[in-house]
Design a protein around this ligand. Sequence first.
Ligand SMILES: [Mg+2]
Length: 236
Amino acid sequence: MTRSAAYLVDFDGTVTTKDLSSALAVFFGGDRCLEVEALYRKRKICIREWLINIARLLPPDPDLLLSKTLEWAVIRPGFEQFIAYAREQGSPVVIASDGFGFYIEPILEKFGFLDCIDWIYANRTVVGAGGLLAVQTPHAHPVCPVCGNCKAIHVLKLKEAGYPVIYVGDGSNDRFGAFWSDHICARDRLANVCREHDIKFSPWVDFYDIIKVDKPAITDRADRSLCCPMGSGIKK
Ligand SMILES: [Mg+2]
């Protein structure tokens, strides 16, 4: 018998209504930010390059950046009820983010959720050499250059531990982790990518919709996946 489902949950635009890394980019990044964003949307650069390039455009003032994100953060409706439901089911809730990462714990703490999350995988943003902001990616794949945070590895580790994985996300880059999961809850760009690849998913608006999703079976998703997290990373 398999365990309860585990939830692998994106943060920006998923737990929060707004993508706070993108909001920082737009607020502080000027025209150069638009150029970087356009390259990313055309898939000319990957998310890790987006992070490195945008970090250089932000003021190297962690207190200012944190205060802005705390001011902007709105938690998506139903998150509190979802957390309570997951606890009742014995379902781990794991947050994995490929944004700047530094604001995740403070925001969860502000809204009283920090102690309810089983694990958080996030990038780190620090003031680096030359006084500029730099992004550290402790959860990157050892070889693959695409993602800062290899969400596909986190999905596979949960499956190896016996949990069917329900992936909850909104962004196009979520496709790498989501396509390895046993069921996808997708909105916005992730939903578009699922349609593009003809992958079944549950559309969602708020976390009340996530509560309604049934526990899936653990299934091998190697054929539909877009990357090989246990191999060399991105598929050619
Ligand atoms: Mg997102």
